[in-house]
Design a protein around this ligand. Structure first.
Ligand code: ATP
Length: 363
């Protein structure tokens, strides 16, 4: 297995530079997700890697081998698209066998490989079926089997589950993780759905609207320690508060207009974190504890009034209006049938959170 590396790659369509000087290393044998808003250039990157588009400048490597101008059929890279692109006049078996038929492989070899691939995607017994008689999820499994049968080094997946309903999507996501684990092929999964990326990825890259990569890391690193307001907002929900960094008695705090000082903690001090600088702090809604009672032991305490409640079954989302007019979002797990404390609209509440759960972001 070899690593994919893009070096200073640029691509322009109709006079507009979609990808500009992009460098990216995709780890070998891992499930890598490329996450970004619609239209930021994710599909373009996949198409450049697959060889379906050519770069204007820059280089693409598979291991040490430069493949920038290598024809598609010579790259051991396959793609699964959102639209399954199956042959409706061929059976499931023949759709999956397609690339082996082109290579004129022996029948016994083809049969073995097709049944192996169908088994991998849980479609044994479907070999004689007509493509049009299959559900969307089954058709996408056929597309997957067709893509893995030639044992590519890299499998590119371009929003492969976008056309499926939520329940089926969740099921297939788990199957994809298991498939990658069995095959150890490098999977590159493109999506604009942050929860999908967090679920599947060993590692993920977050692209912004300009086609630049803002952050690369494990889902946990990205979620817990976003490096920018864009990433904090795009991956999960968060509360962003503007303020000024101050230091009193060696304690770092952020002074927030109309709210007072919020204690913060920066484990690694960045060079922009100078006392007096304007910045933003990000606090995830589930890191805030909401109660009508007075509780000790938290580094931060704000008060506010509940102005909206959304019940989600497993959790409840509160919107709380603070005294400076800013609203904070709070998530609470619904752990018990009969919670000890019922919080209602217009209740005055306390919000508690620890300084370690705040992320400081450059202003
Ligand atoms: P989505 O999540 O909506 O699929 P994306 O991030 O995959 O979006 P791309 O499909 O890569 O985005 O498109 C990026 C931009 O490039 C868009 O503005 C699109 O219109 C443009 N674009 C892509 N392919 C072409 C093409 N062949 N000709 C002209 N413009 C193109």
């Amino acid at each position: 297995m070899r690593q994919i590396r893009l070096e200073n790659v640029s691509k322009t369509f109709e006079g507009e530079e979609i990808i500009s000087g992009l460098s990216l290393e995709i780890p070998t044998g891992k499930f890598f997700a490329l996450l970004g808003p619609s239209g930021c250039g994710k599909t373009t990157i996949l198409r450049l890697i697959a060889g379906l588009e050519s770069v204007d400048s820059g280089k693409i490597y598979l291991g040490d081998q430069e493949i920038t101008h290598q024809p598609i059929y010579k790259r051991r890279i396959n793609t699964v698209f959102q639209q399954y692109a199956l042959f409706p006049h061929l059976s499931v078996f023949e759709n999956v066998a397609y690339s082996l038929r082109i290579r004129r492989e022996k029948e016994i070899f083809v049969r073995d490989k097709v049944y192996d691939a169908l088994k991998m995607v849980h479609l044994l017994g479907f070999d004689n079926k007509n493509i049009n008689s299959l559900s969307g999820g089954q058709q996408q499994r056929v597309a997957l089997a067709r893509a893995i049968i030639s044992q590519p080094e890299v499998l590119l997946l371009d929003e492969p589950l976008a056309a499926l309903d939520q329940k089926l999507k969740e099921k297939l996501l788990i199957e994809l993780i298991e498939l990658q684990d069995k095959l150890k092929t490098t999977f590159v999964y493109v999506t604009h759905d942050q929860s999908e990326a967090l679920t599947v990825a060993d590692k993920m890259a977050i692209m912004n609207n300009d086609g630049h990569i803002e952050q690369i890391g494990t889902p946990k690193q990205i979620y817990e320690f976003p490096v920018s307001r864009f990433v904090a907002n795009f991956v999960g929900n968060t509360n962003i508060i503007a303020g000024k960094l101050i230091e009193i008695d060696n304690q770092q705090m952020v002074e927030v207009k109309g709210l007072g000082n919020i204690f913060v903690f920066a484990p690694s001090k960045k060079n922009w974190m100078i006392s007096g600088c304007n910045l933003f702090l990000s606090i995830r809604p589930e890191k805030i504890y909401i109660s009508k009672k007075e509780i000790n032991g938290f580094s931060n305490h704000l008060i506010g009034r509940v102005d909206n409640i959304i019940y989600y079954g497993r959790s409840t989302q509160y919107s709380v209006m603070l005294k400076n007019g800013k609203k904070l979002m709070v998530f609470e797990q619904n752990e018990e049938h009969f919670p000890q404390e019922v919080i209602d609209y217009d209740d005055n509440v306390n919000l508690y959170f620890q300084k370690e759960n705040i992320v400081l972001l450059q202003g």
